[in-house]
Design a protein around this ligand. Structure first.
Ligand code: ARG
Length: 399
């Protein structure tokens, strides 16, 4: 029987359709919902809804449930539809009336927000660590080969000299900005929504600051209407920040793919990080970097999906909101694995000093030549014209 069972049997197809993929996706939320439920039970004890023995029993049962989840020995049944009802059913089956008290002073609407925020903050820490590992590898490259100069490009044409240090530092700066953006989102997420109920408060109040402290939230949601409006807004901000990393990795992948193109050869990708062809025996392809590059488009799609879900909804909870969960979880997984594989590519990336040196053909220094004239007092445009004319008349000679 469903928690919300009415006086007529529910239609199985309709309720399973409404649950969408929640039974699978919520396995990821379960540990966070258990943790939040322990904090919630403590707050119920604080206001006298739970006796001390009841609190101890609930804590014990939720700890058991957590270990079942960790061992992969717990699943969310069809009857349960999501992790929130699964927890209540488990406690009721184990503890009878004591379990029936757990949903006092909460709704699944504030419960899901709480579990999601805890889960997101946890996942964000993993992403930041992985991004710092990529930065460490870029810095290692700088320490070992930073002084090596090569021709930088604009419009995929040779432009001016640059160095491995400047090139790698550019990506370090970009990834640092992405980290700041994600950490800012984590700060916004760090607010306790539990106790706002379905969005309109609850007839009996819990100590919401106490729950915030128990769960290490920085602050407490003041307005329950905003708690409910916030869900897709936060998801949208989160995906935009997550996609900032994919933007960095997309550009970095494109650079490494081009720079390791055999005729250019600034870089050599370690053979074990390349893939072969089923027909052409000579091929060592940069598929890994192509997949990383392509994932930027995939996360951009999720970003659009989540943004679209929030359109035209009135305030309050709507089941539409549930449909951003998969997009966000998949995005966390993709960004984390992309950062990890990029770290692996960078660890073994070889800088070919000869090829870098060879790329520094005379035209790469023409801007510098124009500035030599500027240093001697020639107006920039005149200096530019002179150097350009010399170069292009020379190139006619060369033709
Ligand atoms: N699985 C739901 C979600 O992700 C939980 C909240 C359900 N609330 C409700 N009123 N049906 O949004």
């Amino acid at each position: 029987m469903k928690l919300w069972q009415k006086d007529v049997p529910h239609d199985e197809v309709a309720s399973s359709f409404a649950s969408s993929s929640d039974r699978d996706l919520d396995m990821r939320l379960l540990p966070f919902d258990c943790k939040a439920s322990i904090a919630h039970a403590k707050s119920l004890h604080k206001i006298g809804i739970l006796e001390s023995e009841e609190l101890a029993a609930i804590k014990g049962a939720l700890t058991d449930l957590l270990s079942l989840v960790e061992k992969g020995e717990f699943t969310i049944s069809e009857e349960d539809e999501d992790c929130h009802s699964a927890i209540e059913r488990y406690l009721t089956e184990k503890l009878g009336d004591t379990g029936r008290k757990i949903h006092t002073c909460r709704s699944r609407n504030d419960q899901v927000l709480c579990a999601l925020r805890l889960c997101y903050i946890y996942e964000i820490e993993g992403i930041v660590d992985a991004a710092l590992d990529v930065i460490a590898m870029l810095k290692k490259l700088i320490a070992e080969k930073g002084d090596v100069a090569f021709a930088g490009h604009t419009h995929t044409r040779k432009a001016m000299p640059t160095t491995i240090k400047d090139w790698a530092d550019g990506y370090v700066a970009s990834i640092c900005d992405s980290i700041s953006s994600l950490e800012f989102v984590a700060k916004i997420l760090s607010s306790n929504p539990l106790g706002t109920g379905a969005g309109y408060g609850l007839p009996i109040q819990t100590d919401r600051r106490f729950v915030a402290d128990e769960l290490s939230f920085r602050s407490v949601d003041i307005n329950g209407i905003y708690s409910q409006i916030s869900r897709t807004k936060h998801d949208k901000m989160l995906l935009s920040s997550l996609n900032a990393f994919m933007y960095d990795l997309n550009r970095l992948s494109s650079d490494i793919i081009l720079f390791s193109y055999p005729d250019m050869g600034y870089f050599k990708i370690e053979k074990s990080m390349t893939t072969g062809s089923s027909i052409m025996p000579q091929k060592t392809n940069p598929d890994v970097l192509e997949v990383v590059r392509g994932y930027y488009a995939v996360i951009s799609g999720y970003e659009t999906q989540v943004a679209a879900l929030a359109h035209n909804l009135i305030s309050g909870y709507h089941r539409d909101l549930q449909l951003s969960k998969g997009a966000v979880f998949n995005s966390f997984d993709i960004v984390l694995s992309s950062l990890s594989i990029m770290e692996k590519v960078l660890v073994t990336l070889d800088v070919c000093e000869d090829a870098c040196k060879k790329s520094l053909s005379p035209e790469v220094f023409l801007t510098e030549k124009a500035y030599d004239l500027v240093r001697k007092g020639v107006p920039f445009r005149a200096a530019y014209r002179k150097v350009a004319d010399e170069y292009f008349s020379g190139s006619k000679d060369r033709e």
